[in-house]
Design a protein around this ligand. Structure first.
Ligand code: SF4
Ligand code: SF4
Length: 404
């Protein structure tokens, strides 16, 4: 006698998915075109067709534990080819949006990051903190826009690194690191139910660390999967935008680390000490400026694509939040330097204040924003390699599978 399978649909979850970007999911009639055209989907239990039916049936447990949402890079090929306009690529993105919201606590932060209604609160947190700092240090300096004895603008006079910038961002960094740790732990425990599928001849990495190293070496530094996502002009614009932006982050991360090391290390080892503000010819300054330029270039690529290629890849609030914050960081950072060099304190200090707010919004809310994919996607790709869940075309050119 055949087994009776009871399905308990979670209709509330379906509504949430539709609100998070998967509004057309009910149009799907399971033709599987999307899974066939997807350049990244493994042959076994391929995506995104199965996610479409799980979503229609309201199978929340299957969807929240699904690894494949992270393997999708939202190239939009499936959405373009779907004969029903069900937009499967948007559904995969909506699943990730739900994950940013629910993967780790505090739950209010996930909720605030999911809708423009809560944006004022997210801005208010750093805005109030730095305004209090400004009021206190401004009274101590005797001016809200002070200059030093040479008539130069020194941001540390209002926002001293030792007592405001470093402790606030240090605490935010610890909070973010812990949240990512908890998020990855939750992801891996969700993936434990994933079937183990090995391409014949595929030799999985010995452990997770080896797997992580291969993902970084083969995929992260080259952005290979973005490249494999398609060869239309729009696909290549997306690939270049992500690659340039990634290296902008690397450059700015190196600069921030050097500044922290020379500042705090210089207190112990005078050899490490560096004078601030740095002169323009300093290599660290040059790297920082190149990183800022690369960030603007990457943002131009990605913003232009988002505005023009709406059929293939429509944008959710998560997309615009991230692009908006990145633009705010880049523009306020560049203008802070320009106004400082021009010696206009009445403009330099307010713009620097906006810069601090936007950097806080980028870093402190990272695990709940779309940029969290930097960590979660790498974690999922690492796990996928370890268990052999890989795209056969991309990884080995073979098409035979052995399901264990
Ligand atoms: S999402 Fe579209 S292409 Fe994919 S199975 Fe459904 S109808 Fe077919
Ligand atoms: S958006 Fe691209 S990567 Fe994602 S499921 Fe569709 S075809 Fe595959």
């Amino acid at each position: 006698m055949s087994e009776v399978l009871r399905i308990q649909p979670d209709l509330e979850f379906v509504k949430e998915l539709q609100a998070a970007g998967g509004q057309d999911l009910k149009k799907c009639y399971q033709c599987a075109t999307c899974s066939v055209v997807c350049p990244l989907s493994p042959m076994d239990s391929s995506f995104p067709r199965k996610e479409m039916i799980w979503a229609q049936w309201g199978l929340k447990d299957k969807l929240v534990n699904d690894m494949d949402m992270w393997l999708c890079h939202k190239c939009g090929q499936c959405t373009e080819m779907c004969p029903r306009g069900a937009k499967p690529g948007e559904l995969m993105a909506a699943l990730r949006n739900m994950a940013y919201r629910n993967l780790v606590g505090p739950s209010f932060l996930g909720k605030w990051m999911s809708s423009a209604r809560h944006l004022p609160k997210l801005i208010a947190i750093p805005a109030i903190i730095y305004l209090i700092v400004w009021i206190i240090t401004g009274s101590i300096q005797g001016s809200a826009f002070p200059v030093n004895e040479h008539g130069e603008i020194v941001y540390g006079m209002i926002f001293p690194g030792d007592f405001t910038i470093d402790p606030i961002f240090g605490l935010a960094a610890v909070f973010v690191l812990y949240s990512f740790y908890a998020g990855i732990r939750n992801l891996f425990s969700a993936f434990a139910s994933q079937p183990k599928t090995f391409v014949v001849g595929y030799r999985p990495p010995k452990n997770m660390w080896v797997s992580l190293w291969r993902v970084i070496k083969d995929e992260v530094v080259t952005h290979k999967k973005w490249k494999d996502c398609g060869d239309t002009e729009s696909d290549q614009v997306k690939f270049k935008g992500h690659l340039v932006l990634f290296y902008a982050f690397v450059a700015l991360f190196i600069v921030t680390s050097v500044v922290a090391l020379t500042h705090w290390g210089g207190k112990i080892l005078p050899l490490l000490h560096m004078e601030y503000p740095m002169p323009l010819w300093n290599p660290v300054k040059i790297l920082g400026n190149l990183g800022a330029i690369a960030m603007v270039v990457g943002l131009v690529y990605l913003t232009r694509r988002r505005l023009t290629d709406t059929d293939k890849d429509s944008s959710s609030y998560y997309d615009w939040y991230l692009i908006g914050v990145l633009w705010a960081v880049a523009i306020s950072g560049i203008l802070s330097e320009v106004f400082r060099l021009l010696g206009v304190p009445g403009l330099a200090y307010p713009v620097y204040y906006i810069h601090l707010i936007s950097v806080f919004m980028l870093i402190a809310y990272l695990p709940w924003s779309k940029l969290g994919h930097l960590v979660y996607r790498v974690a999922a790709l690492t796990y996928a390699r370890r268990i052999g869940r890989i795209s056969t075309e991309v990884e080995s050119g073979q098409n035979k599978l052995l399901v264990l």
